[in-house]
Each structure stands twice: as C-alpha cells, then as structure tokens.
Ligand binder design. Sequence first.
Ligand code: PMP
Length: 399
Amino acid sequence: MSHFAAIGRVPGDPILGLLDAYRADPNPAKLDLGVGVYKDALGITPIPYAVKLAERHLVEHEPTKSYIGGHGDPVFGDYLLQLVLGADNPLLRDGAVGATQTPGGTGALRLAGDFIAANLPGRGIWLSAPTWPIHESIFATCGLRVEHYPYVGADNRLDVEALLDALQRVPAGDVVLLHACCHNPTGFDLAPRDWKRVLDVVKARELLPLIDFAYQGFGDGLDEDAWAVRLFAAELPELLVTSSCSKNFGLYRERTGALIVRAQDAGKLIDIRSQLAALARNLWSTPPAHGAAVVATILGDPELRGLWAEEVEAMRLRVANLRNGLVAALVPHGLAGRFAHVAAQRGMFSYTGLSAEQVQRLRQEFSVYLVSSGRANVAGMAEERLDYLANAIASVYTP
Ligand code: PMP
C-alpha cells in the first residue's frame, strides 16, 4: 500500500506563478508590478545600510546562539512597542501592553488566530473584501468562522458607508481585522475621521479589533502610520496588533515581527502571555532571533536609528513619487482623472481598477505584469518607464 498515493496537488500561489511568467518573458521592456516587495530604482529589494551595520555589530558582539524565550528577545519587544505605540505612551509604563516576537507578521497573525480559537471560542473574524489572501487561509486553518465586510465599491472607491453598515451588524464579541495603513491589496486607507467612526462602532458592538500593521513607514511616515493603532490602544481596553519588520527593515526572509496585546491591566496581560507562549511552543517553539536582534540593535542606537528612519523615508517617498508620476504620465492620454486614485492611495499597492481582461492584455501586448485583480505593486515601476506604462494602460483601457 502507498501512504501517499491519494494525495493530490493544490494550486501554487498565483502571484509567484506570475513571477515565473515574468522571468521567462524575453521582452527587454518587461515590467514586474506583481510580487509585493519593495524595489529600488534598479529593481532590487535592498538591504538597508542600517541593517548591514547592525549585522556587522552582531557578528562581533553576539554572545550566544542559545534559545531565546517563547516571547522572543525582550529588548526587541520593548523597542517594537515604542515604535508602534510611541515611546512616551503611558500604556508602556502601566505594563498593560506586551509584544510576543513571531516569525514575521504572518507568524503573528497565525498566533493571533490560534489564540482566538483557543481562548475566545465561537468568535468569528471579519476581513475586508478584498484583503491579503493569506488572511483568509490562516484564519480558516485556525478553525475560525471567517466573514467579510465590504471595503471597495464596484466603482473602485473606498466605500466607508458600506463598511460601517456591515460592522453595525457584526455579532457582539467577534473579531474585526483592520489594516493599520497601506491596505493590501487596494492601497485605500481610512481617513482619521473614518477611523473614529469605526472605533465608535467597535465600542458600541463590543468588537475585538485585530490591527494588521505590516507597512509602518510606507504610508505617511513612521509615526503618522501608527495614528490609528495608537488611537485604538488609547480608547479600548483590549486590542490585538500584528507588526511586521519585513518591509520597513527590509528583513523579509529573516522572519521578524510580533503580536502585540493590549490588555485591561498588567495582571491580565500576564495570563494572556502565558497562553501565547504555550501556543507558540507548538508552532515554532521560540522565534528566529537574527532579524529581531538587528531591529533591537538599530532601534537602540540613536545613530543607526536615525539612518534607518531616513532609509524608510526614502523608500516611502520613492513610491509616493511614482504614484504621482504615473498620474502625470497619463495626462497626455486624457486619463489622469480616471486614475487620480493611484496618487491618493497609500503604500506599495494600487487597485488600479483595470479589469482582468485589461490586465491580460497588458501582459500579452506590453509585458507588463499585474495581479489579475488589477493590483499593481507601485514599487515595481521605474521613473524612466512611466511613459511606457502610461501608454500601455491607455492602449488597453476602456472605461
Ligand atoms: N499582512 C499584510 C497585509 C501583508 O501584506 C504582509 C506581507 N505581504 C504580511 C501581513 C506579512 O508579512 P511577513 O510575514 O512577511 O512579515
């Protein structure tokens, strides 16, 4: 008998399949706007110089490779709490917030999902439609009831009224996942007045927010992007936040992130953290150390921290300039108004509003690769290629 004979095949990640097609395309004019990593003007996903310097320091000074605890490096945890919540946040003094280091933001989401399943039985989790596809699969795998609230209307605009309307009908106690900034895949972010309205509904319906914070520094700035997280942490006694250092520290493959919990008081936080450590023990035992050590080294050294903050700002500005540049390049085609949303969106991603058929034509006729939903990774564009891209869009676009 074969143990494995009945095992079938599942489809691969469609975005990675797109990358294979891009690599095989011989057209020298090709453009990859698919995979969601930051790229510089040379098309490279760089290692920030501050990270290189911190690694050099660690090579010389790291004393041991023995296990770190279930919550990871406490120094990393403290610095990350300061980065996310603000260094002078009174919650840090009260001991009502804690960070559990995880393998990337993905690990934090998985730990959050397992925590909800184990400790808050019966709660559903509400995701924006659309959201990052891995949200769907992680929480389904955790055994949670996965539900959706509307986010983008048929006219490719953020539909705040539909979002609020749906949240009003979410069963009390359910978890609602919100993107702190740079919404993936759409690039549409809530304005401060929208966040306040969402907060009111969260309070009235007694919902538990889980805020996914994967792009701190890529929207409007490191502190600006944390505004909603800090508002929710100040206004609500209980909150979950997943933080990723993949994009803003360029540490993608080092798997660096944390699940941040804000509890009613320091005593309850200790209970919750005991649960998290027990769950993490079964998932990865203790988290990978290197990326967190790099982050702790950078955030603990004023000079490295300043250098790093400048590097994040440069990445942010490059993407923002490309957004404006694309809209400007569409002016001669009479399409600047139709695509004005590209400049208003935040972060690396843009829901362009192009249809699956138009995306297909972009790829076949111009070797421009987008996800079929019409999501473009703006960081994949190059300034000197914006005219080519604008011409390609104008050729396939019919409203
Ligand atoms: N959340 C969102 C919305 C993301 O886009 C990503 C990365 N693509 C993550 C979480 C997880 O990032 P990582 O696990 O690489 O830190």
